[in-house]
Design a binder for this molecule. Structure first.
Ligand SMILES: Cc1ncc(COP(=O)(O)O)c(C=O)c1O
Length: 402
């Protein structure tokens, strides 16, 4: 048994008398006790709105909220807490980046994305390109669903102003070598990274990656939903104006004008999700306390084991790379003449939670000529027993569906 499984109360629960086998962490991860308790503890003992309050509760709440920023800074090895902006999640972060960069882009400039992107890293850029008459270059995937780093590098030229890439695909688990891409492009292009999946499976060091932006959501990192981070290099964030205005992000307001607050407040209008920030802090501290890198290595091994077991199934099609070197934790597949949603629904009868659908990656699905796929994804609580149960239940499911 995986020794962190007992930290996750939901994994002890039964649905229709079946213990839960959770294989849907790419959609959202389950929460350890420490995260659950940190939120109720905070709401019971320390809740108040943050910033500017002079009373004890507000001072304590602000302190805890800012500590969460500090933990996040260390978690991704940012230079300063000024580079850590709390948002509503990765989708919100990427929209903020796209809309803030709008003022710095001109008709004819090129933005590069890929066919491997989640809609969240696709639509904000497509929309911006339509609005400002920019060129949107979409790097194609192969017919197997694999993205080539060289294609990305070769398509970045002097007109390219933004390159926005997923670090790890939520469909295939493919990991892009961002350092190689950044070094070989060697041009003055904003590199925005969608780190929504990679944050939960790789050790992230934004300084080492040398990216300009890095976006992720707490709920994929064992923390609560409703909060995420937009990392940006401090000198760049200082040059940008936030797209959303309101309380808490100003220095001064008159009847004629206003001035922005300093970073990071400039990008955080309105009351934030305070209790989510507290839970997010607990999630990152929890991961630090269990040496999460060791678990990340195990997840990679689980992916290889699952792929070799699935390859024994007749008429199976596995998408993306079978090579574990540049992929981890996620496997998407279809069985010929079977519907992915039927398979997911039948597996549920055995207590197995997987996902069937397009995984918010319709350009990927269209390229491969499929409406969707089954997706199995691992988290730190999965072990070989989960794969055995999954494979056994798949065999029973396919017999029933015959
Ligand atoms: C690669 C990737 N990017 C972006 C997102 C959007 O994340 P959120 O819904 O938390 O904003 C997801 C969520 O599935 C994702 O997998």
């Amino acid at each position: 048994m995986n020794n962190v499984k007992s930290d996750f109360p939901i994994l002890d629960k039964k649905i229709r008398d079946k213990t839960i086998t959770y294989l849907d962490s790419a959609a959202s991860t389950q929460k350890p006790k420490k995260v659950i308790h940190s939120i109720s503890e905070f709401l019971e003992n320390s809740y108040e709105n943050v910033h500017r309050g002079m009373n004890s509760l507000s001072i304590d709440a602000t302190d805890l909220y800012e500590k969460s920023r500090d933990v996040a800074k260390s978690f991704i090895n940012a230079n300063s807490t000024n580079e850590i902006i709390f948002t509503r999640g990765a989708t919100d972060s990427i929209n903020i980046i796209a809309n803030s960069l709008a003022e710095h882009l001109n008709k004819g400039d090129k933005i590069v994305v890929t066919e491997l992107e989640h809609h969240s890293n696709y639509l904000p850029w497509m929309h911006l390109c339509k609005k400002l008459e920019l060129e949107l270059k979409i790097i194609p995937i192969s017919k197997e669903g694999i993205l080539s780093e060289d294609e990305i590098i070769n398509n970045c030229d002097d007109t390219t102003k933004v390159l926005s890439l997923t670090h790890m695909s939520n469909v295939t688990g493919q990991i892009l070598d961002l350092k190689k891409i950044k070094q070989e492009i060697n041009k003055d292009i904003y590199l925005a990274v969608d780190g929504c999946q990679s944050i939960a499976h790789l050790n992230i060091d934004v300084k080492d990656l040398d990216c300009d932006f890095y976006s992720f959501s707490s709920h994929k990192l064992y923390g609560p939903s409703g909060i995420g981070i937009m990392y940006g290099k401090e000198d760049i964030l200082n040059q940008l104006n936030p797209p959303t205005l309101g309380g808490g992000m100003i220095n001064e307001v008159s009847s004629k004008d206003f001035s922005y607050a300093m970073l990071p407040n400039k990008f955080e209008p309105g009351t934030p999700s305070i209790e989510a920030a507290i839970g997010f802090k607990a999630a990152m501290e929890y991961l630090n306390s269990i040496n999460y890198q060791d678990y990340f290595l195990k997840e990679k091994q689980l992916r290889s084991k699952l792929i070799s077991a699935l390859n024994d199934f007749e008429e199976i099609e596995i998408y993306g790379s079978n090579n574990n070197g540049n992929a981890t934790s996620i496997v998407s597949f279809n069985i010929k003449n079977q519907n992915f949603n039927d398979i997911a629904t039948f597996l549920d009868q055995y207590g197995i939670m997987i996902r069937g659908g397009h995984h918010c990656c319709q350009p990927f699905m269209k390229k491969l000529g499929i409406p969707g796929s089954c997706r199995v994804s691992f988290g730190i609580y999965n072990d070989i027993n989960d794969i055995d149960h999954f494979v056994d239940s798949m065999k029973k499911t396919l017999k029933l569906l015959q």
